[in-house]
Design a protein around this ligand. Structure first.
Ligand code: ADP
Length: 495
């Protein structure tokens, strides 16, 4: 996905998210308001029906009394009372508290006696009215209903209910008063809420989208800066670093990438140094061989002594070259990640075997070698050949750097899940300044160079690479003129 399409995608997601959240809240609030207004209207209908019917009943009783006081009886008293009521009813029901409704008064046989307006007359309500007059119980029926989202997109239209209240008429029959409540006030409230709600919802959506877009633009700009910085780092030019100030996740990513570049840089510098050192080391024997070849050409035929010396020197130098190329090959293999065997073997036997193999050297030099004290086998699972390489390098060094009369003690032990092998000698020791560098490739201390000990400074780096790939550690402790101890720790494996 390209960068611009990522922006478009994020824009679409933020708009949809804002619509879902803000729109959802706005619609829910609107539904709550609309439903609240519906129940307010229902309550108002019940209240008005009760007040209006009481008023009408009182008015009928008063009118009946008035007709009686005029000395009227029977049908004429009833007609006079009804006439009085009909005359008074408009003023009676057009006062605060009951004036919001429309009224229609029907006789027992369903004839319309009076109505406040055409809105009060519902011809289809006949059966309900008849039921109310027979039952003399108040009933109510819906003449139209509004949906629960009424007023969301157009003018609000709340449900209208007609209450049928039985009323005893002056002639003793039961008529019915129809009360139709017009919920215009509640509808006006809903209509008034709609526009500000919509305005508020749209503004909230716009603000939300803008906020999301601004923060995303900020994040994308950080990513863009990283990308540009990363582009500027050429494969060979590993000096550049990504901007990593700040404490956000992008800075953390930049810091990780910078650490990676640093490792790559160190590796590439080490490789360059390695190639330079290797060619320098190879140049010395090659120069020697060429020099002795010239001598051989010039005087070899006439002078047998010169010839023999030159042949010996060429032989020595070519052996040195062979040793060096062998060491370089070992180092390369260890660097590329060794494929390690998983064999069960006895470390003590391996150490004793190696000490015996180098015996000629240390006996010749007059050094004492003391093998592992522990007679019991120390079994581990790993690669015996590689561990043998490490042991050989450390025994070889101990004999190289320990003068005649010295002592080399090798001890083995098991510490938790690790096998520990210690090589302690009473040799020249390593100067404190050199200690941090002795595992570096081609590093040799001044003392060993001066003493002309024949190594290339690769033994310890080979040993360290092998131990590292086994998942172990190699450490050194040394004191000048007293001696040196190398400690190798390797995992014991599942024995
Ligand atoms: P080299 O082939 O020179 O022995 P190594 O990598 O094995 O190379 O050792 C690096 C340097 O560490 C040596 O040149 C020497 O100065 C020092 N060194 C290693 N082992 C010992 C030791 N047992 N006693 C004193 N110095 C040592």
């Amino acid at each position: 996905m390209g960068r611009s399409s990522l922006r478009v995608w994020l824009l679409v997601v933020s708009v949809l998210f804002a619509m879902a959240v803000v729109g959802g809240i706005a619609i829910t609030t609107f539904i709550i308001v609309a439903n609240g207004m519906q129940s307010v209207a229902a309550d108002a209908t019940a209240r008005i029906a009760s007040s209006a019917s009481t008023l009408l009943r009182d008015a009928i009783a008063d009118a009946d009394e008035g007709a009686a006081s005029q000395g009227l009886v029977g049908q004429s008293r009833a007609s006079a009372a009804l006439e009085t009521v009909r005359a008074e009813i408009p003023a009676l029901l057009n006062r605060p508290g009951v004036g919001e409704a429309a009224y229609a008064l029907y006789s027992a046989n369903g004839a319309l006696l009076w109505s406040s307006s055409s809105k009060a007359v519902w011809p289809d309500q006949k059966p309900d009215r008849a039921l109310a007059s027979l039952d003399t119980r108040t009933t109510s029926t819906a003449v139209h209903s509004g949906g629960f989202m009424s007023g969301l997109l157009d003018s609000a239209r709340l449900p209208v209910r007609v209450s049928h209240v039985p009323i005893e008429l002056p002639d003793g029959t039961t008529g019915v008063l129809d009360i139709t409540y017009q919920s215009t006030t509640e509808e006006r409230v809903i209509d008034a809420v709609r526009a500000p709600m919509a305005g508020l919802a749209i503004s909230a959506m716009i603000i939300m989208v803008l906020l999301m877009q601004t923060s995303m633009a900020w994040v994308l700009s950080l990513v863009d800066t990283l990308r540009r910085a990363a582009d500027s780092i050429d494969a060979g030019q590993l000096d550049a670093r990504l901007p990593d100030s700040g404490s956000n996740e992008i800075s953390a990513l930049a810091k990780s990438i910078n650490r990676l570049i640093e490792r790559l840089q160190r590796r590439s510098e080490a490789q360059a140094r390695f190639v330079a050192d290797a060619s320098h080391e190879l140049a010395t024997p090659v120069a020697g061989i060429r020099g002795y070849t010239s001598i051989l050409r010039a005087w070899g035929a006439e002078d047998p002594i010169v010839r023999d010396e030159a042949v010996d020197a060429i032989d020595r130098e070519s052996r040195r070259m062979a040793r060096l190329s062998g060491d370089l090959l070992n180092l390369l293999q260890a660097d590329q990640g060794l494929v390690l065997k998983t064999e069960r073997f006895d470390v003590n036997a391996l150490v004793r075997d190696r000490i015996a193999a180098t015996a000629s050297r240390w006996i010749e030099k007059g050094i004492d070698y003391i093998g592992p004290e522990d007679e019991d086998p120390l079994v581990m699972v790993g690669d015996p050949d590689r561990l043998e390489d490490v042991i050989s390098i450390l025994l070889d060094n101990a004999s190289k750097y320990t003068p005649a009369g010295g002592k080399v003690v090798v001890n083995t032990k098991r510490k938790r899940e690790m096998v520990v092998i210690e090589f302690a000698d009473t040799g020249q020791g390593i100067p404190a300044d050199d200690l941090p560098r002795i595992f570096d490739r081609f590093f040799r201390s001044e003392a060993s160079r001066a003493a002309g000990e024949g190594g290339f400074g690769l033994g310890l780096s080979i040993a360290k690479s092998i131990v590292d790939s086994m998942g172990g550690q190699i450490e050194v402790e040394s004191e000048e003129r007293k001696g040196t101890t190398f400690i190798v720790r390797v995992p014991r494996g599942r024995v």
